[in-house]
Write a new protein. Structure first.
Length: 501
């Protein structure tokens, strides 16, 4: 079955496949009982992953157009006319949703769900994850807390919109360890810090507004800002963080609503903004009266120092909206994050919280509050940080030993190695080659507002997998890079590298 696939289109490939097969079924070209090609054969013929074909077939099953039959495969089902309808009446066709969506939805990227889907396959080694090692989750502590604190009506009742007050007190104590003095009343609990990014986007941005981000940056922040119709202005980075010489010119030109930054162990680059750069960034914000949205999910994953000082701690005039989370150091399933913001901003965030999910899960808030009050968090960090440091070192050493043409900087914390590939290695072919061998990673282009800018970069996570599987996955990645580099080298493709900026 020959399909037309446009890999540059905004519509995910699996939906393109599902739409074409759907059209052939509804037109009668594929009659009832027709057996669709096996997933592997269709994937090989069209040079796509088997996972993509699987998702396309699942989409068709959800529409009732095909069915999986044991021993036969995926079979086209009979499209029946309703019993009560006259014989000549046309059958009711499946709803065509895509023309109804807001046009801004077409520009959104499906990379995260695709990565999560593939990462949940049992045999896949994930270098793409954005989380820590599940084997290190503090399950025993939370089980103990649940035994010692049985569920009561408080756990099952509404929480205040701004969050469970005892937890807000505990978070204020945690903020003291980051040299940030705030009261419980200045803190709002969120369903993960990602919700704070969404609230900032919805509170400040309209179609055509400008927002400034580091380039590259957190891919879901890009998608969140893009969904508002805003213009996303990327500022290149050096080893101290966002380049302020470029930033100043872009602020003057675009007059952005706010500046989004990840100053501590940046995602995806791993860069930590220098203290001098933090102070200079604040001065620039004051001068142009531009707020700063500071995202700090990785600050506690610090291997060689304490949690770097937040920009918010330096802010004397209330320009910084601060976001953080426990998802990276503990585990993501609890969905506990928080924001510290000036009062006018907090009021708008509270209104948005009311019309989205009203409040964070009450039981999760109570559990996390008890966990923090029992002093478990510091001990947990002492346990995981040496192990994550060991994984970082193992990953970096393997890359240095086995593949000198992959360049990266050594991060002082966080989850990632940000690697530059040889220019002879095509990203799509590398993704496919690694995927065929059961290894996934995150391509660099998804971290750029203009995706083509990251064609020769990749983000490799070193915290998620056990160290033996980490090494195994990295060896697959390294050998795949070598294979493609050598193959293209014989065809005269340049392997020259450009400098990191």
């Amino acid at each position: 079955m020959n399909l037309t696939i446009n890999r540059e289109a905004a519509t995910p490939v699996y939906l393109q496949i599902a739409s074409q097969i759907k059209g052939q079924i509804l037109s009668g070209n594929l009659p009832a009982g027709f057996i669709l090609p096996p997933e592997r054969k269709l994937a090989e013929f069209n040079k796509i992953s088997r996972t993509t074909v699987n998702k396309a077939y699942e989409e068709l099953k959800a529409l009732g157009l095909v069915d999986a039959q044991t021993g036969r495969g995926t079979v086209v089902t009979e499209q029946k006319v309703p019993v009560s309808a006259p014989k000549k009446q046309q059958p009711v066709l499946p709803m065509s949703w895509y023309p109804l969506f807001d046009k801004r939805m077409a520009s959104l990227n499906d990379a995260v769900s695709e990565i999560m889907y593939m990462g949940n396959q049992n045999r896949v080694i994930s270098l793409a994850a954005g989380i820590g090692d599940p084997d290190l989750y503090p399950i025993a502590d939370f089980q103990r807390i649940q035994r010692e604190q049985p569920i009561t009506s408080t756990h099952l009742n509404f929480s205040p919109v701004e969050g469970y007050y005892p937890l807000r007190e505990s978070i204020s104590q945690l903020m003291e360890s980051r040299n940030l003095a705030v009261t419980a009343k200045e803190i709002m609990i969120l369903s993960g810090s990602m919700q704070g990014i969404d609230f900032a986007a919805r509170a400040f941005l309209s179609a055509g507004d400008a927002v400034i981000v580091e380039e590259p940056t957190f891919l879901q922040a890009i998608e969140c800002f893009r969904a508002t119709g805003a213009k996303i202005i990327g500022i290149p980075m050096d080893q101290e963080g966002m380049r302020l010489d470029v930033l100043e010119a872009q602020i003057s030109r675009y007059k952005p609503k706010f500046i989004y930054t990840i100053p501590n162990f940046h995602n995806p680059t791993g860069i930590t903004m220098s203290m001098a750069r933090r102070k200079a960034l604040l001065k620039l914000a004051y001068r142009f009266q531009v707020p700063i949205l500071e995202d700090d999910p990785y600050g506690d994953i610090a291997f060689d120092q304490e949690h770097p000082l937040p920009i918010k701690a330096l802010d004397a005039y209330g320009y910084v909206i601060y976001l953080s989370t426990l998802s990276k150091a503990l585990f993501p399933g609890l969905r506990i994050g928080w924001t510290i913001a000036p009062e006018p901003v907090m009021k708008k965030f509270l209104l948005l919280k009311q019309i989205t999910d009203l409040h964070v899960n009450t039981d999760s808030q109570i559990l996390v509050d008890r966990y923090l009050r029992d002093g478990c968090y510091g001990g947990h960090l002492m346990k995981i940080l040496p192990l994550y440091r060991k994984k970082r070192d193992a990953a970096a050493e393997l890359l240095r030993q086995e593949q000198s043409s992959i360049h990266f900087d050594f991060p002082a914390g966080g989850f990632y190695l940000w690697c530059r590939l040889p220019y002879s290695v095509p990203q799509k072919k590398l993704l496919a080659l690694c995927g065929e061998q059961g290894v996934i990673y995150t391509p660099g282009n998804v971290f750029y507002p203009q995706e083509s800018d990251g064609e020769h970069w990749v983000r490799l996570n070193y915290t998620y997998e056990r160290i033996d599987r980490l090494r195994q996955g990295l060896m697959v990645f390294i050998k795949s890079v070598k294979k493609l580099s050598e193959w293209n080298g014989t065809r005269g493709v340049s392997t020259g590298a450009r400098p990191i900026v």
